[in-house]
Design a protein around this ligand. Structure first.
Ligand SMILES: NC(=O)NCCC[C@H](N)C(=O)O
Length: 413
C-alpha cells in the first residue's frame, strides 16, 4: 500500500482532516425510559445542539481542517452499488436481531424504498414500530421486552461522538466492537466506508476489525507519538483487546508502534473512556483529572513492549508522570489538573468534559466554554484555547475530543 488515506502519528500534530457527525433526528428519539440504555443523562434540545455542533465544525475549518461528515461518506458508499447497499442493510438488520421473517422483510422493504441518503438518516434516527405494518406478527413482536420498545431499530444518538466507533492510528484504523448494544451499529458504517469508499478503499491498514468479541472504543485510544500509544483499561475497553492490539502492532510491518501504555481508570459512566480524564495538549503537557489516582497519587499502569517469541513484555508502574517522562523521553512534564484540582470544581467540570480537549496543533486546543476554570488553567500553562458553545452537546457526556475523529494530522518533526 503506497497511497495512504489516514495519517495520525500523534494527538497534537496540526489537524488537517477530521470526521464528524452532525446531531440529527436520533436526538429527538431519546425518551426518559430509553435514556439510560441509550447512554444519555438528559435529552438535548436538537436545534441548539445542531447550532453548537455547526459552531464547533466552523472552528475546526477556520483553523485549517477539512471537515467530513460520516453520514455523507456513508451515503456515498452505499450509493456505489445496489449490492453494497443491500449487503450493508442485511448485516445491519441481522445484527439488530432481524435476520429473517416478516419484520425483517418489512424493514428491508421500507428502508430500500428510500433514497440512500434518507435510508442513512433513518438508520441513525431509528425506525418506530408505528412506521411499519407487519403482515404476520411473530410472538417476539407481540410479547417480551423487545415488543415493549417503541422502536424496531433503535436510534443512534451517540453517533455525534465520532471518536469512539473507530480510531485512526498511524496509517490505519481500529474499527471497533463497541461495548454497549446502543452503539454497536455505529462502527458498521465505518467498516463499509473504509472498505468501499474511493477515498479510503485499499488505502487504510485495518489493525483490528469489529468482528471481535472483545471490546474497544476510540475514546480510550490515544496516540502519544509515532511509536507510543496510551490505551485506557476502562468501562469500554478490555485488557484482552489491548493485549491483542499490542501484538498486532508489534508484528505488523506497516506499524511503527512499539510501546502501548495501558492505563487503568475507574469503570463508571462519568469516566467511561481515558479521554474523559486524560488528554495530550502539547509535546509534554497533558490534562488530567485527579480523581483517577488514589490519595497517594498512584494508579495502575502497564507498559507493553515486544517480548520474546511474539509475546508481549509487561512492566507494572504506578506513577503516571514518571511513566510519561520515560516513554516520551522528556525531562520536564506538565500535568494540568482539571478544574485546578479543586474537590468541587474538578468533578463538576470533568462531568461536562473539562478534561476532554481536542488538540488541533501543539499547544492549541478546542474545549467547551462551560469549563471556565479548566480553560483558565490551560491558558495559565501557555495553551491557546478556542472555546466552543456547549449547553446541549455536553448532555451526551462527551466533549470536543469525543466529537471528532482525526483522519490526517501533520507529522511532528
Ligand atoms: N470518547 C468519549 O468519551 N466519548 C463520549 C461518549 C459518550 C456516549 N454517551 C457514551 O456513553 O458512549
Amino acid at each position: 500500500m503506497t497511497e495512504k488515506a489516514i495519517q495520525v502519528n500523534s494527538e497534537i500534530g496540526k489537524l488537517k482532516s477530521v470526521l464528524l457527525k452532525r446531531p440529527g433526528a436520533e436526538i429527538e428519539n431519546i425518551t426518559p425510559d430509553t435514556m439510560e440504555r441509550l447512554l444519555f443523562d438528559d435529552i438535548p434540545f436538537l436545534e441548539i445542539a445542531q447550532k453548537e455542533h455547526d459552531y464547533f465544525a466552523n472552528v475546526l475549518k477556520e483553523n485549517g481542517s477539512e471537515v467530513l461528515y460520516i453520514e455523507d461518506l456513508a451515503a456515498e458508499t452505499l450509493s456505489m452499488s445496489p449490492e453494497i447497499r443491500e449487503n450493508f442493510l442485511e448485516t445491519y438488520l441481522t445484527e439488530e436481531g432481524y435476520a429473517m421473517g416478516a419484520t425483517h422483510d418489512a424493514l428491508k422493504e421500507y428502508l430500500m424504498s428510500m433514497s440512500v441518503k434518507d435510508m442513512v438518516t433513518k438508520l441513525y434516527a431509528g425506525v418506530r414500530r408505528n412506521e411499519l405494518t407487519i403482515k404476520t406478527a411473530s410472538l417476539h413482536d407481540l410479547a417480551g421486552s423487545d415488543a415493549a420498545n417503541p422502536f424496531f431499530l433503535d436510534p443512534l444518538p451517540n453517533a455525534y461522538f465520532t471518536r469512539d466507533p473507530q480510531a485512526s492510528m498511524g496509517s490505519g484504523m481500529t474499527i471497533n466492537h463497541m461495548t454497549f448494544k446502543a452503539r454497536r451499529p455505529e462502527s458498521l458504517f465505518t467498516e463499509y466506508i473504509m472498505k468501499y469508499h474511493t477515498r479510503f478503499a485499499g488505502k487504510v491498514d485495518i489493525w483490528r476489525d469489529r468482528n471481535h468479541d472483545t471490546r474497544i472504543e476510540g475514546g480510550d485510544e490515544l496516540i502519544l507519538n509515532d511509536h507510543v500509544m496510551a490505551i485506557g483499561v476502562s468501562q469500554r475497553t478490555s485488557s484482552r483487546s489491548i493485549e491483542g492490539l499490542a501484538k498486532e502492532f508489534f508484528s505488523n510491518p506497516n506499524s511503527h508502534f512499539d510501546t502501548v501504555v495501558a492505563v487503568e481508570i475507574p469503570h463508571n459512566h462519568a469516566m467511561m473512556h481515558l479521554d474523559t480524564v486524560f488528554t495530550m495538549v502539547n509535546y509534554n503537557q497533558f490534562t488530567v483529572f485527579p480523581g483517577i489516582m488514589d490519595a497517594e497519587g498512584s494508579m495502575n499502569i502497564y507498559i507493553l513492549t515486544p517480548g520474546k517469541d511474539g509475546e508481549v513484555h509487561m512492566e507494572h508502574r504506578t506513577n503516571l508522570e514518571q511513566v510519561l517522562k520515560d516513554v516520551l523521553k522528556v525531562s520536564e512534564l506538565d500535568l494540568i489538573q482539571t478544574g485546578n484540582g479543586d474537590p468541587i470544581v474538578a468533578p463538576r467540570e470533568q462531568w461536562n468534559d473539562g478534561s476532554n480537549t481536542l488538540t488541533i496543533a501543539p499547544g492549541e486546543v478546542v474545549t467547551y466554554n462551560r469549563n471556565y476554570v479548566s480553560n483558565q488553567m490551560l491558558r495559565e500553562h501557555g495553551i491557546l484555547v478556542h472555546e466552543v458553545i456547549s449547553s446541549e452537546l455536553s448532555r451526551g457526556r462527551g466533549g470536543p475530543r469525543c466529537m471528532s475523529q482525526p483522519l490526517w494530522r501533520e507529522n511532528l518533526n
